[in-house]
Design a binder for this molecule. Structure first.
Ligand code: NAD
Length: 394
C-alpha cells in the first residue's frame, strides 16, 4: 500500500456527507411541443444534467411510456444543453430548484443522476413527495443510508429502482443464463478486473480555486470501487446467487500523475460469500484501455466474459475422472460489445412497467444494497486494515 492510502480522518463523514445543495440557479421556463407524438403514460423529471444524463436521455427517447418533462441542475447551461437531446413529447420545463421539481404534481417519477453523495437525500425527498424514483448507481455510499432509502420506499409505497443496467443487458442476462443452465457445476471463485482512464483531474484554474471534481473526492464518490466496481460487483452477486459475508481490501491513491485527488485510484477486494465462494475484484482508473476478462470458476467448468464473447470451458481438475459426456468448449458472441450502453433502454422500459404496477423494481434497493455492503466494507477494510463482517455495516 502506498503512503497515500486513506487515513481514518479521510473516511470519517462519508455517510454524513450526503447533504444536498438544494439552492439551484433560476432559469426561464421552456414550453412547447417537440415532435407532436402522442402523450406518454408517465412523466419524469431528471435531476443532474451532467455526463451520464446524455446516455439516459438518449435511452428515454426510445422508451414509449416515459416522457421527460422537467430538467433540474445546479448549472442552468447544463439543462439547456440536455434539453436539446430530448426528441419526443413536450419541451422540458427547467426548474429553479429541486424542491420545485418535487412540487410538480404532474410528475410521476424522478430520475436521479447527481453525484454519489447526494443520492440518499434526493431519493428520500422524492419518495416522500410521492414520486417513483429511478436512481443511478451506486445506490448510496453506506449501508445505513441504503437502509433509510429502503425504509422510505416501504413507508411511501413508491418504487425505487437503481441504475445498474447490466441487470437488463442482453450480454449479462446471457451470462447468468449460461451459469444457471450449462453443466459447469457449482460456483467456487471469480476473478474480475476493470479500469478506465478518463476521470478528470481538475482544470488548472479550478484546482487553484479549490474546486474539486466530485469523483476525485473520496467522501463524495467513494472512490474506484463505488464508481467502477459497482457494475461488476453487482453482476458477481447475481452470478454467485448468495450473500456477501466478509470483505477484505487494500486501496488508495497510487498514481503520482493523478495526485490531485484523494479518492482511491486502485483497489483489490476479496469477498467471501455465504455459499463459500470467493470474489476477487481489482480495479484502477489509470489504465489506457487494455482488455481484462472477467472469469468465473465452477466445480466443473470456467466461464469468461469480455472482448466481445462469453467463453465456456468444461472439465475436472487433474486426477479427477472426466465425465464421458464432457461438453466441448463453447464461444458465444456477446449480443453487444458495450456492456455499459446495453441495458439502459431496457431498464427504463422495466421501470415504466413498475410504475404501471405490472412489475417490481429491478434491481431494487435490497439488491443494490448488497453491492454497497461490499463497497463500503472494502473502504472500511482498507482503512482499518482488517476483514470487515458485513453485519457490522448495519
Ligand atoms: N450506470 C452507469 O453506467 C453510470 C455511468 C456514469 C455515471 N453514473 C452515475 O451517475 C451519476 C452522475 O454521474 P455524472 O458522470 O453524470 O456526473 P457529472 O458530474 O457529469 O454530473 C452531475 C450533475 O449533477 C449536477 N448536480 C450536482 N448536485 C446537484 C444538486 N444537488 N441538484 C441539482 N443538480 C446537481 C451537477 O451540476 C452536474 O451537472 C453518479 O452517481 C455516477 O456514479 C452511472
Amino acid at each position: 500500500m502506498s503512503k497515500q492510502n486513506f487515513s481514518r480522518r479521510n473516511f470519517i463523514g462519508l455517510s454524513s456527507f450526503a447533504g444536498i445543495g438544494l439552492a439551484l440557479s433560476s432559469h426561464p421556463l421552456e414550453a412547447g411541443t417537440l415532435s407532436g407524438t402522442n402523450a406518454k403514460k408517465f412523466k419524469m423529471g431528471l435531476i443532474g444534467c451532467g455526463n451520464r444524463s446524455k446516455t439516459l436521455i438518449d435511452a428515454l427517447n426510445s422508451v414509449p411510456d416515459i416522457e421527460l418533462t422537467a430538467l433540474c441542475d445546479s448549472l442552468p447551461h447544463k439543462m439547456a444543453q440536455r434539453a436539446k437531446l430530448i426528441k419526443t413529447g413536450v419541451k422540458p420545463k427547467f426548474v429553479n430548484s429541486f424542491s420545485e421539481l418535487l412540487n410538480m404534481n404532474e410528475l410521476d417519477a424522478i430520475c436521479v443522476v447527481t453525484p454519489n453523495d447526494t443520492h440518499k437525500g434526493i431519493v428520500i425527498a422524492a419518495l416522500e413527495a410521492g414520486k417513483h424514483v429511478f436512481c443511478e448507481k451506486p445506490m448510496a455510499l453506506t449501508v445505513s443510508d441504503c437502509n433509510e432509502m429502503i425504509a422510505a420506499t416501504e413507508r411511501t409505497g413508491k418504487a425505487l429502482q437503481i441504475g445498474t443496467q447490466r441487470r437488463h443487458s442482453g450480454v449479462y442476462k446471457n451470462l447468468v443464463e449460461i451459469v444457471r443452465t450449462k453443466p459447469v457445476g457449482t460456483i467456487l471463485q471469480s476473478s474480475l478486473f476493470d479500469f478506465r482512464g478518463d476521470w478528470r483531474v481538475p482544470e488548472a484554474d479550478e484546482y487553484l480555486a479549490g474546486v474539486k471534481y466530485w469523483r476525485l473526492d473520496q467522501r463524495r464518490s467513494g472512490g474506484v470501487v463505488y464508481e467502477m466496481g459497482n457494475h461488476i460487483i453487482d453482476v458477481n452477486n447475481w452470478v454467485f446467487d448468495s450473500e456477501p459475508v466478509s470483505v477484505c481490501s487494500m486501496q488508495g491513491v497510487n498514481n503520482f500523475t493523478l495526485r490531485k485527488r484523494d479518492s482511491s485510484d486502485h483497489s483489490g477486494v476479496l469477498v467471501y460469500y455465504a455459499n463459500g465462494a470467493l470474489m476477487n475484484y481489482g480495479g484502477n482508473v489509470y489504465n489506457y484501455g487494455s482488455v481484462a476478462l472477467d472469469t468465473f470458476f465452477f466445480t466443473g467448468g470456467t466461464v469468461q466474459i469480455g472482448n466481445g464473447s462469453i467463453n465456456v470451458g468444461y472439465g475436472s481438475p487433474a486426477g479427477f475422472p472426466k465425465p464421458a459426456d464432457l461438453p466441448k468448449p463453447e464461444k458465444l458472441s456477446m449480443s453487444g460489445n458495450n456492456p455499459e450502453g446495453d441495458g439502459v433502454v431496457e431498464q427504463f422500459k422495466h421501470f415504466a412497467l413498475v410504475m404501471e404496477g405490472k412489475e417490481k423494481s429491478y434491481p431494487d434497493g435490497y439488491i443494490a444494497r448488497q453491492a454497497v455492503q461490499i463497497m463500503e466494507g472494502s473502504v472500511r477494510s482498507a482503512i482499518a486494515r482488517r476483514v470487515i463482517d458485513v453485519r457490522e455495516l448495519g
